[in-house]
Design a binder for this molecule. Structure first.
Ligand SMILES: NC(=O)C1=CN([C@@H]2O[C@H](COP(=O)(O)OP(=O)(O)OC[C@H]3O[C@@H](n4cnc5c(N)ncnc54)[C@H](O)[C@@H]3O)[C@@H](O)[C@H]2O)C=CC1
Ligand SMILES: CC(=O)C(=O)O
Length: 379
């Protein structure tokens, strides 16, 4: 095993064009490129990679990037992306490469297998976790996805979009829609507060009373927070017009809080937005959809489960993503992965695979493989 890649600075950074369905974000902005190039690093951007986010090749070139073909971007020793590698990209994975991107291996075990077979070191944005439990590289996309969940849900409740024909906030003298949000983390809170701002009646559920207490002072409108239980879900879900799934166990598969029987009890043409689909989804009947074909109707309920929701707003989400990933990219490339982990210990939990081993306990459990301690893999 060649461990020099992990202990030495990485001189070349590649930014390929995203190829997941309807994914329009790009992993670096021209300002981000400039920061890296100023530090003496080489940044190779695939020509056209920024088009979806409104960033032209010229802007990248002016910032100091080399515009290259796909294979050259992937040939870099640090490849930064937005989404997990797609099957067409599996052949481009190598051992002498650190891949820094959203991986969501619990939901995409084939990607895990490909990384392990190739011996690629995969650092997942979504499992980089600070000591206080927060997820700094997931948070901005969760903010965006939460807000989108309320917007999309409101839209899907309208009759021409397949919904029951409800205005989410009702109107004077007429009851608003009832929105049930499962999980009061970043996605859940943002979805709930936007739905409440649209005058919906919102029930926000979480297993953690402490989390709900921390939100108390910020609660506005018709927003009620409750600690969830199976019995409560059984009573509440049949009353929901819009159900939003937003629970997470970092690295692991999302718990199935809503089984098929509960879905059958929902009102005809009600809506489920399962944001947690990128970790497998928290509704038994959810299956991943795309922005082009965003919904499927199962038991009379519209299911929206797009795995890359922020991809719909690439102008907003590219900036937001790079604002949090850039310091880590600088650290990994400028000082090497080992030293970057020492400087920013939260990176340790970002390590999902290292040269053929799984090294995140949640990911390992989801993949049914034994975890190795990341420090043991690094050294
Ligand atoms: N589909 C998409 O495009 C996107 C999906 N996401 C996903 O949304 C999900 C939520 O993300 P965040 O809000 O950032 O996570 P978070 O960690 O901020 O919040 C998750 C919440 O779920 C709660 N929870 C966990 N298990 C629970 C259970 N059994 N019952 C009730 N509550 C439970 C936790 O207490 C926590 O408050 C994740 O799967 C994330 O990957 C995030 C962004 C975009
Ligand atoms: C977090 C995630 O899955 C996304 O931004 O696409």
């Amino acid at each position: 095993m060649d461990s020099s890649l992990l202990s030495a600075p990485i001189a070349s950074i590649g930014v390929p064009t995203e190829i997941k369905a309807d994914e329009l974000r790009v992993a670096l902005t021209p300002d981000g490129v400039k920061e890296l190039v100023t530090k003496g690093l080489e940044v190779r951007v695939q020509a056209g990679a920024g088009a979806g986010a409104g960033i032209g090749d010229e802007a990248f070139a002016d910032a100091g990037a080399k515009l290259v073909k796909r294979e050259e971007a992937w040939a870099a020793h640090l490849v930064v992306k937005v989404k997990e590698p797609q099957e067409e990209e599996f052949g481009l994975l190598r051992q002498d490469m650190v891949l820094f991107t959203y991986l969501h291996l619990a939901a995409y075990p084939k990607v895990g297998e490909a990384l392990l077979n190739a011996g690629t070191t995969g650092v997942g944005y979504e499992t980089v976790q600070l000591e206080n439990g927060s997820l700094p590289l997931l948070a901005p996309m969760s903010e965006i996805a939460g807000r989108l969940a309320a917007q999309v849900g409101a839209h899907l409740l309208e009759r021409p979009h397949g919904g029951r024909g409800l205005l989410i906030g009702g109107c004077t003298g007429v009851q608003p829609a009832r929105v049930v949000v499962l999980g009061a983390g970043t996605v859940g809170w943002n979805a709930a507060r936007l739905a409440a701002a649209m005058d919906a009646e919102v029930m926000l559920l979480d297993r953690s009373p402490e989390r709900l207490r921390s939100l108390e002072a910020r609660r506005r409108g018709r927003l009620i927070s409750v600690v969830n239980s199976r019995g409560l879900l059984e009573r509440l879900i049949p009353t929901a017009d819009l159900l939003i799934g937003a629970v997470l166990t970092p690295g692991g598969r999302a718990p199935t809080l809503v089984d098929e029987e509960m879905v059958k009890q929902m009102k005809p043409n009600s809506v489920i937005v399962d944001v947690a689909i990128d970790q497998g989804g928290c509704v038994a009947t959810s299956q991943e959809t795309t922005h082009t074909h965003p919904t499927v109707t199962i038991h009379g309920v519209q299911h929206y489960a797009v795995g890359n929701m922020p991809g719909a707003v690439p102008f907003t989400s590219t900036e937001a993503l790079v604002s949090v990933t850039l310091p880590y990219i600088l650290g990994i490339a400028g000082r090497g992965l080992e030293e970057a982990v020492t400087e920013r210990p939260e990176l340790l939990s970002g390590l999902n695979t290292i040269q053929g081993s799984v090294c995140h306990p949640g990911v390992a459990k989801a993949l049914g493989l034994p975890p190795r301690h990341p420090m043991a893999c690094l050294r």
